[in-house]
Design a protein around this ligand. Structure first.
Ligand code: 1YM
Length: 304
């Protein structure tokens, strides 16, 4: 038994070493963008849990010690033993480059990102990472250092809630730590805030609490929009003269693909159109946008 376990572990470490060797291949850069990518990966996993109807609330916190934490109130990352790998689901997701699971689900809604693969990339590129899972009345915990397991998943207490909390310390390079990966560890509050607000508009009903404990006086924003993308359109038009108060809202579902449109005319002559696929802004458009433009033109022509 010990043999198979260590053999599979060897593969795991090889996998995450590849990430540390070529971080750019997984997160694009080791600058500020790459640093923020770490946080997006963890947040995306929490958003997926919301998009699939298991969670409602996400909280994100930037800590004084340079770490960031993300919490959701979903089902909690699976803690049971993976039948083939012989390690817990948590360990698979945080130490295996290609953690399965999400790929098996045909009806899974994604929030973009690397679909569960990203969690191990974040772990590999963090000096330290702590996972807490709240499930079946227990609090489970596991910690890692630069992707390496420090101890087996253990029960550290009891709880009556469910969910997952991840806290990670990005592996920032400095004089004392030349082994580090990132050139900067400075999370940008405004960049993050704008994106969290956008995510809250795109996922109607979700509650995102964003807190920055780094400054002398902590900052906090709560984003929650029952009106979803209709409220997004109102927000974009808030300093404009609108031609009607309530945005036009259309939604539809074909097979497993759902589509939502919200639109509102204002008294200017320039079009402002924002298209998203799986929560990701697509500034260059695509078939979704081409299809919408064609349909809108047809409806207005037919009416005319
Ligand atoms: C703070 C970050 O990662 N939440 C999270 C992740 C998962 C689940 C729930 C989950 C998914 C599934 C079943 C499923 C993940 N699961 C996987 C994997 N929050 C955060 N909450 N049970 C729980 O997809 O079937 C990857 S992430 F791989 F197990 F599916």
């Amino acid at each position: 038994m010990a043999k198979t376990y260590s053999a599979s572990m060897l593969k795991v470490l090889e996998g995450l070493d590849a990430v540390r060797m070529r971080p750019g291949m997984y997160i694009g850069s080791t600058g500020s963008r790459g640093l923020h990518h770490l946080l997006w990966e963890i947040v995306d996993n929490a958003i997926d849990e919301v998009a699939n109807g298991y969670a409602r609330s996400i909280s994100v916190e930037l800590h004084k010690d340079g770490s960031a934490s993300v919490e959701d109130d979903g089902r909690g990352v699976p803690v049971d033993i993976h039948p083939e790998l012989g390690i817990t689901g948590v360990e698979v997701i945080y130490t295996r480059l290609h953690a399965g699971g999400k790929f098996d689900h045909q009806n899974y809604a994604y929030s973009g990102g690397l679909h569960g693969v990203g969690a191990s990339v974040v772990n590999a590129l963090s000096k330290h990472l702590q996972v807490n899972v709240y499930q079946d009345g227990k609090i489970y915990q596991q910690e890692y250092e630069r992707g390496k397991v420090l101890y087996d998943l253990k029960v550290i207490g009891e709880t009556d809630r469910t969910g997952t909390t991840i806290r990670f310390w990005p592996d920032v390079k400095d004089e004392r730590d030349p082994e580090g990966i990132f050139e900067t560890g400075d999370f940008q509050y405004d960049t993050l805030k704008t994106r969290f607000r956008e995510m809250a508009f795109l996922n109607r009903g979700i509650r995102i609490v964003f807190r920055d404990e780094r400054p002398e006086e902590a900052k906090e924003n709560v984003f929650h929009y029952e009106g979803g993308i209709s409220e997004f359109v109102k927000f974009i038009n808030k300093n404009k003269e609108v031609l009607f108060a309530e945005p036009i809202y259309i939604s539809g579902l074909v097979g497993t693909t759902s589509v939502e449109v919200a639109m509102q005319y204002n008294d200017t002559y320039s079009e402002n159109i924002f298209a998203f696929v799986n929560n990701i802004h697509t500034p260059d458009g695509g078939t979704h946008l081409a299809g919408f433009n064609m349909a809108l033109t047809r409806v207005i022509n037919d009416y005319g």
